[in-house]
Structure formats: structure tokens, C-alpha cells
Design a binder for this molecule. Sequence first.
Ligand code: NAP
Length: 247
Amino acid sequence: MSVGRGVVLVTGGSRGIGAAASVALAADGWDVGVNYRTRADEAARVVKACEELGRRAIAVQADVVEPDQIERLFDTVTAELGPIGAVINNAGVVSPGGRVAEYDAERLDRVFRINSISAFLVAGAAVRRMSTAYGGAGGVIVNVSSRAAVLGSAGEYVDYAASKAAVDALTTGLGNEVAKEGIRVLGVRPGLIETDIHEAGRLDRLGATPPLARPGKAEEVAEVIAFLASDRASYMTGTTVDVSGGR
Ligand code: NAP
């Protein structure tokens, strides 16, 4: 069943949760702009998977920490596929494992720039195109946070957790800010999900710790993202859903 409403842009769509979300959204009837930073081959594979589901899709290289590249990304997707109706704010990185007392400014700048500042910049670009206050037709923003934002990630990466807590505040605040402008803003907080983001051995060490006693799959997060982006979630905004096996 096709339940989408047009064109969706997925940041960091070349791998992991973003790649799975791109495919799940295509299966829901969306045409997909697949953003990537470095992995053109992986992005091309995601585009092919979306096309095999009968949707249009393009891959667009852009570093979402750079405002001019974000503008080019949105403009390219709009020009090639049409007006954007949903944005999945997914691109993100973790920090190396370590204690707060050891963090330096360079490390903190990197994680907050990629996870927090870029999420704000991408959300702003989305609002300027989708908000009825800017002449748009409305839409949905889904921010990919992390359970770390609540758990705090002591001894691992408290800076990453804090950078995702900023994303949760963005979801709440922006959701309230643009609710009357036709835009719903939602978030997901994944737990331990099997992707390349983890340091070697981390999933083996922690994968069985959630109540559901296993790590999650990117597809299990993607399903929730696709639901939130769809009209099936039409009475939801300003809130974030845990997808974390109970952890
Ligand atoms: P991943 O497998 O490492 O994939 C990260 C994706 O983000 C890649 O497509 C990468 O592009 C892209 N990316 C990174 N920096 C970028 C930038 N500056 N500009 C554009 N694209 C950029 O990670 P993942 O596990 O799927 O994580 C996706 C999101 O889920 C992140 O926000 C992460 O914090 C969050 N999350 C993940 C987990 C988990 O357990 N996996 C748990 C909680 C939250 P290239 O491949 O082209 O470099």
C-alpha cells in the first residue's frame, strides 16, 4: 500500500539506519533523496533498492555540517524529484570511548557540530521549504536521536549523549514552533542497533543487555521512521519514540 506524500530527503542515507529508512520510505510510496558524505557506492546501492520498489530516487553528496552544501542538497532534491514533503535528519557520528575528564575541545566540536548543529541547520532548511509560513505545503521532520540522550553513556561518550539530548530538545521546541505551519516534528531514539557506527566489540559486549536481549536491526528503526513520516502518525508531533528493545 502506498501511503507516502511525495518526496523525502534522508541525510546520511548511504549506510545503516539511513539506508534502511530510505528503503522503508520507498516501500511506503515516497520518492527518496539519499544524501551521503563519502560512500557514493553505498548510496548508489540504496538508490537502486528504492528504484526496484518502483520509486524515483537520487543520491546527493553533501556534508551536512556545511550550510551551503545543505542548501545545494535541498535544491538538488527539489529540482530532480519535486517539492520535499519529509526530511529524515539522520546523519550522525559517535565519539571514541572515553571519560569526560579526557575530552578535548576538538573532539567536542566535532560531535556537537555533526550531531547537534547540523540537525538544527537541516531542520531550518526543511522549515524554510515546507512551512506554510514560507509558502510551502507542510511536511514532516523526523530527527534521529539516541537512547544515549536519556542514559548518558557514562564512561563511553557523554558528549555524544549530550549532542543527542540537543536533538530531543530540537524535536520538542521546533515541533511546538511549527505545529500551526503544517509541519510535524518527531524523533526516534534508537538503542543498540547493528550498524558500522560502533567501535569493534561493542555490540558483542552490550548487545544482549536490553530486556529484549539482542541488538536491534536498522530495519526495525526504519519502520518506525516510516510510520512517523506517514499520515498514519497524523496526530503526533513534538515527541520522540524509543526504539531500543526496552533499554
Ligand atoms: P552509520 O552506519 O555509521 O551511518 C552513518 C551515516 O551518516 C552514513 O550514511 C554517513 O555517510 C552519514 N554521515 C555521517 N556524517 C555525515 C555528514 N557530515 N554529512 C552527511 N552524511 C554524514 O551510522 P548509523 O548507526 O546508521 O547511525 C545513523 C544515526 O542513528 C546517527 O545519527 C546515530 O547517532 C543514530 N543512532 C545509531 C545507533 C546505533 O546503535 N547504530 C543508536 C542510536 C542512534 P557516508 O557513509 O557517506 O560517510
